[in-house]
Design a protein around this ligand. Structure first.
Ligand code: KE4
Length: 427
């Protein structure tokens, strides 16, 4: 038994599944999870001292690599002034002003402590602002674990076989309608059947919780038009795509305007931060200026604000980083495709921006049904074979690979060598 396995045995006695977030338990990839001891740049090192090239990146926050010296220093400097005050600070204004300068169509921001909280609050605001109750989401998209979003959810809910979680009262779930990603007709049908009752459509502008599925041409702009027609708000859940696809996130990348945007991950620089944002006429309806209540003891925590501000500042000052991480992701995707072809293993690799995902199938993966029908056992075997060769992928088919600026040419070469060997093993 190695140290990770021993830690896992101990953890399972005191933590449900031995983890504090289900996907970390590796339940769909058939081995004990690696317990991570430390991280630096593009790598993580487990409790046994084994180092891996990391394509999880804490599920997205580590776009500039682990332990970036500037972010570490910003955290140390802020911590020296005090960890938490429960009072307004200048740091919160600094990061909000920076986000507003980077992202189109937002005039105000409210900081929270997770992506879940950001989405839960944005949905409440949409309901409060429209006076309507129903929400349309997409099957296989994941928007955190608030009750109304745990309906046909993706990510860990899907991985664990509970896309509709226990414990969500029917009275809540009935207000969440589910459509099919990349299928505007399924949205039209729901809007027609629920005329004047839909408060908002919430969408991951790139579906990155069913693996990675990009929006087809016209899908996002179609949602914009349908929302305008129906008097519903369009919520872009940019917890993953925010500040990753482009400085201005998916609104900039696709040129489609959302009414509300949610953020997480990157804006915290590794610390627990979420946010929701939008135009003044909506955001001023949030307490204390409006009737939509929302609050949080550690919201705008000064240390977390310092980490996020530092990371966003570097992204803002270096637009070239976005070409770099997209190029890296493309090289990895192209290399894995070639390796699969040479090994005679049917594999599709979806890649957009710095997000990518391999599926073991020979058909294009452009929607949730196709993602679900890929060979999950082959994915698990590929995950194990890559881990054995020092490459740490997401331990689930329904997650993304995250590329950051710390991934070097050497990392790419080592990743593709591992992929070639792993795929030969799978053939
Ligand atoms: P958090 O509450 O986990 O910070 O954010 C929820 C969330 C909201 N919206 C989107 C698009 C998300 O991807 C997430 C969370 N992402 C997953 C990874 N796919 C978090 C990893 C985990 O659950 O451990």
């Amino acid at each position: 038994m190695d140290i990770s396995e021993a830690l896992f045995a101990r953890a399972q006695r005191v933590l449900p599944g031995g983890v504090n977030s289900p996907v970390r338990a590796y339940r769909s990839v058939g081995i004990a999870p690696r317990f991570i001891h430390s991280a630096q740049g593009s790598t993580v090192t487990d409790a046994d001292g084994v180092t891996y090239i990391d394509y999880v990146g804490s599920w997205g926050p580590m776009i500039l690599g682990h332990n970036h010296p500037n972010i570490l220093q910003a955290v140390k400097d802020a911590a020296a002034d005090g960890l938490s005050f429960g009072a307004p600070t200048a740091r919160e204004i600094d990061i909000a002003e920076l986000m507003i300068s980077m992202v189109p169509n937002i005039e105000m921001v409210r900081m929270v402590n997770s992506g879940t909280e950001a989405v839960m609050s944005a949905v409440r605001l949409a309901r409060g602002a429209t006076g309507r109750d129903k929400i349309i989401k997409f099957e296989g998209c994941y928007h955190g674990h608030s009750d109304c979003m745990l309906v046909k959810a993706g990510s860990g809910a899907l991985t664990g076989g509970h896309p509709d979680s226990a414990g969500v009262p029917g009275g809540i779930a009935e207000y969440t309608l589910t459509a099919q990603y990349n299928d505007l007709d399924s949205v039209r049908a729901l809007l027609a059947a629920n005329k004047d009752e839909v408060a908002a459509i919430i969408v991951e502008p790139v579906a990155a919780n069913m693996g990675v599925v990009a929006p087809q041409e016209g899908f996002l702009s179609g949602l914009r038009a349908l929302c305008d027609e129906a008097g519903a708000l369009l919520i872009f859940d940019e917890v993953i795509t925010g500040f990753r696809l482009a400085r201005g996130g998916a609104q900039e990348y696709f040129g489609v305007k959302a009414d509300l945007v949610t953020f997480g991950k990157i804006i915290g620089g590794g610390m627990p931060v979420g946010a929701f944002a939008g135009p003044k006429h909506l955001m001023e309806q949030v307490a204390p200026t409006g009737a939509v209540y929302q609050a949080g003891t550690l919201s705008g925590n000064p240390v977390a604000m310092a980490a996020g501000f530092c990371q966003l500042s570097m992204l803002n000052e270096h637009p070239e980083y976005y070409e770099q991480i997209e190029r890296t992701a493309k090289l990895v995707a192209d290399g894995m495709r070639q390796a699969a072809k040479d090994a005679g293993v049917p594999m599709v690799v979806n890649q957009i921006g710095s997000l990518l995902c391999p599926y073991f199938t020979d058909a294009p993966v452009e929607n949730f049904a196709a993602a679900k029908s890929s060979d999950l056992d082959k994915f698990a075997a590929y995950f194990r074979a890559m881990l054995k060769r020092g490459v740490y992928l997401a331990p689930s088919q329904f997650e993304a690979m995250f590329v950051g600026t710390a991934h070097s040419d050497e990392d790419i070469m080592r990743t593709l060598t591992a992929a070639r060997e792993a795929l030969a093993e799978l053939a």
